[in-house]
Each structure stands twice: as C-alpha cells, then as structure tokens.
Write a protein that binds this ligand. Sequence first.
Ligand SMILES: NC(=O)c1ccc[n+]([C@@H]2O[C@H](COP(=O)([O-])OP(=O)(O)OC[C@H]3O[C@@H](n4cnc5c(N)ncnc54)[C@H](OP(=O)(O)O)[C@@H]3O)[C@@H](O)[C@H]2O)c1
Length: 247
Amino acid sequence: MYTLITGASSGLGKELAYIFAENNFNLVLVARRKELLDKLKVDLELKGIQVKVVVADLTDVLSCFELFDSVKDLDITYLINNAGFGNLGYFNDTNLNIELEMIDLNIKTVHILTKLFINNFVEGTIVNIGSLAGYIPTPIHATYSSTKSYVNFFSRAVNYELKKQGKNVRVLTVAPGPIKTNFNQVAKASKSHGMETKKCARIIYKGIKKRKEFIIPGFSLNLIYFINRFIPTRMLMMFSHKIQSRK
Ligand SMILES: NC(=O)c1ccc[n+]([C@@H]2O[C@H](COP(=O)([O-])OP(=O)(O)OC[C@H]3O[C@@H](n4cnc5c(N)ncnc54)[C@H](OP(=O)(O)O)[C@@H]3O)[C@@H](O)[C@H]2O)c1
C-alpha cells in the first residue's frame, strides 16, 4: 500500500513520510527540491519500504495531471495534500505573482488532486492540510488565510457528500496552528514558533488511523477554535493583526 505526500521535502510532509514509513507504507514523495527528496528516499528505504520520487512544481496545473497519470496504477490508499506556502505582508505591498502561485498551489492543486483521486479510489482517504488561519480573516496574511479557508470548507463539504453517498472514500481536514517548519522562512517572517513538527505529524497520523473527519492538532488550539465562535470577527481580526505583526 502506498501513501502519496505532496510537499514531502521538508517540514510536516517530511515528518509524515517518516511516520508512514515506520508503519510499513510505501511512499510517493512529491516536491520541487530533488536533492532533498532523493536523500529522504535513501533514508526511508533503509526501513524496508519502496519509495517513488516525483519532482514537480505543483503550481503548474499540468504537473498535477502528470503526477496523477504517473501514480494512478499504484495501490495508493492515502493522498496527503500538504504542499503549501504563505507570504506575509500588507496586501497593497505583497507581490501579485507570488500570490497567484499561492492560489495555484494552496487551492487549485488541492482541488485537482482531490477530484482525480476521489474518482480513482475504490477505498481511500485524502488528507487536506488547511490551517486554523482559514477560520479567521487574517490581516497581513490575507491571501494565505483565504486560500486555507477554501481548503478547510471545501474538504469538509466534500467529505459530507461522500458519506451521504455511502462511498468508501473520505476527505480528512487538518487545520494546524503554527508549526516549527520552514513555513515562516518561506513566508518571510522573522520568527519561527509553534508546535514541534514531529508532534504535529504524530497527532495527524493518529487521527488518520482513527478515521477522524477533522483535526486541529493541540488542545489549546482546539480551545481557541471553539472560543472563536463567540468572538466578533472585528475583534478576531484585531488579535490576529497583532499576532501577525509580531512575526
Ligand atoms: N508551519 C505552519 O505554521 C503551518 C500552519 C498551518 C498550516 N500549515 C500548512 O502545512 C503545510 C506544510 O507546510 P510546512 O509548515 O511543512 O512548510 P515547509 O517546511 O515550507 O514545507 C512546504 C512543502 O511544500 C513544498 N512546496 C512548496 N511549493 C511547492 C510547489 N510549487 N510544488 C511542489 N511542492 C511545493 C515544499 O517543497 P519544495 O520547496 O521542495 O518544492 C515543502 O516540501 C502547508 O500546506 C502549510 O500551509 C503550516
């Protein structure tokens, strides 16, 4: 059985690759940085599993279809749509091309791969990595948080449809808070803070195995998610503006 992980060259994707390997899943690892993927493949194969590396820039719609074609005959049971990035800054200052790439990767790629795999799976789980930021309109992270709103809501709605139709395919939504990965560096934040990546990956793996529909890794973040419902949006934006401007 194979698990396909996009964005497996670093951060959360890489940690998830280690956990799936420990649990004897063969892996398809996807990202742009070939040297990192090749290194990871060598390391993971020592655990006695098979690893296929696909080097792809998933902001290119065509590469999503090529990726699917290259793996559709493998026995894939888990697809983890993890590749994604953010870009901090006031919207009037940030770069439009970077934002369009973000929309392509964080939204279009997740949408396309979810569609292709749902229609190919007889039985399987698609894990879409959204973000807690997707539940709050987030100043200084406006485009990113909006792309993650798409992932959060799209994934839950599709999963509901699949259940109603009695299909053996599920879409699991994961909405992490801050994690200590390369994310902040890519987003041009000056500080990196948050949950240890390994801990976050373990919580997600446990949730996948329990066939959960929705995971927010960490008790305090679940509490924040719950309390958010009772706080006016204007106030939430004030808090999140403060938090983002400290990064
Ligand atoms: N870290 C956080 O605080 C946080 C919080 C909530 C949600 N998340 C989400 O968690 C997911 C994983 O991010 P991370 O925190 O692990 O950050 P990360 O360490 O920067 O990992 C991002 C991964 O995405 C891949 N990627 C980026 N652009 C790509 C492209 N055009 N084509 C293919 N792959 C691409 C990167 O690989 P290459 O550069 O080699 O292509 C890398 O493997 C993302 O969806 C992110 O939005 C992160």
